[in-house]
Design a protein around this ligand. Structure first.
Ligand SMILES: C[S@@+](CC[C@H](N)C(=O)[O-])C[C@H]1O[C@@H](n2cnc3c(N)ncnc32)[C@H](O)[C@@H]1O
Length: 252
């Protein structure tokens, strides 16, 4: 898998390629990252990549020319027709399902906007997907690009020491799309609070049931939409439904 980032701040990406799970996967050769700075595709002494917006208004806009040249250079270097993704608050919302889809692909060229955004003609000519990390505005597309890549790379076979751990994460198949249950580690008693007895029982079925119930309760409280989706997909067992019914009775 190969990712290319079009960015004014290539150094920021060391955070991803040099640390943690994504850094290890990078070292193992599971994925590659190459950065392209639009400033390297300018011809004036100031290496200008932005200008004032037509129609007036605050801030600056990234110019189409240097961005397109950087994308074309990345495309030529890759030699494939990889998707060109603009990180943008106006794009399609990103989620775990999409991370799984991108993990099945061979990578992408990620365009990181800055300032007020990028010239629309660049988007029209070069961009195949627009992806948003959520309903908030960041100063640039570098962090969203890294978040997207992190969520994808950790799903690559071999990236995590224990492949099962990705399946057991929130939103994933093993949890039928629900939220993960709470986790505990040593010591057994911390500041007078003990680890729940079920987790110490050594009884696999009991532990699994406790985790499932915690997952159901947490999802009901925080993300009832996920619970409803699992129900619609027929992913809740009779035991799940009985536990949830018991919870509602306790609330009454
Ligand atoms: C200050 S923002 C521009 C916001 C733009 N004027 C708007 O209101 O939609 C600069 C850049 O940060 C990135 N960005 C900011 N928030 C983002 C988000 N929620 N998801 C993805 N990218 C984001 C985009 O690349 C964007 O071009």
């Amino acid at each position: 898998m190969r990712y290319d980032a079009i960015t004014l701040f290539p150094d920021m990406f060391d955070a991803l390629s040099a640390h943690g799970v994504t850094g290890r996967a990078h070292q193992m050769g599971l994925w590659r990252l190459k950065c392209w700075n639009p400033r390297d595709f300018t011809h004036d002494v100031h290496r200008t990549v932005d200008d004032r917006p037509y129609g007036g208004g605050p801030g600056m806009v990234m110019m189409a020319g240097p961005l397109e040249k950087a994308v074309r250079a990345a495309q030529q270097d890759r030699g494939d027709d990889a998707p060109v993704v603009l990180l943008s608050p106006t794009g399609q919302g990103f989620n775990q399902g999409l991370a799984q889809e991108w993990a099945a692909g061979s990578g992408a060229i990620l365009v990181c906007g800055r300032y007020e955004g990028v010239d629309q003609r660049f988007i029209k000519r070069c961009v195949t997907h627009e992806v948003s990390l959520g309903d908030f505005v960041l100063s640039g597309g570098e962090l969203p690009a890294m978040v997207m890549m992190d969520s994808v790379v950790r799903l690559l076979p071999g990236a995590l020491n224990d492949a099962e751990s990705a399946r057991q994460d929130s939103f994933n198949a093993a949890l039928t799309g629900l939220l993960d249950s709470p986790h505990y580690t040593r010591p057994e008693i911390y500041e007078n609070e003990a680890v729940p007895a079920e987790l110490l029982s050594g009884h696999h079925a009991r532990i699994a049931r406790w985790r499932r119930d915690q997952s159901l309760a947490l999802t009901l409280g925080r993300r009832p939409d996920l619970l409803e989706r699992a129900r619609e997909q027929g992913l809740l067992s009779k035991h799940d439904e009985a536990f949830l019914a018991g919870l509602s009775q306790t609330e009454r």
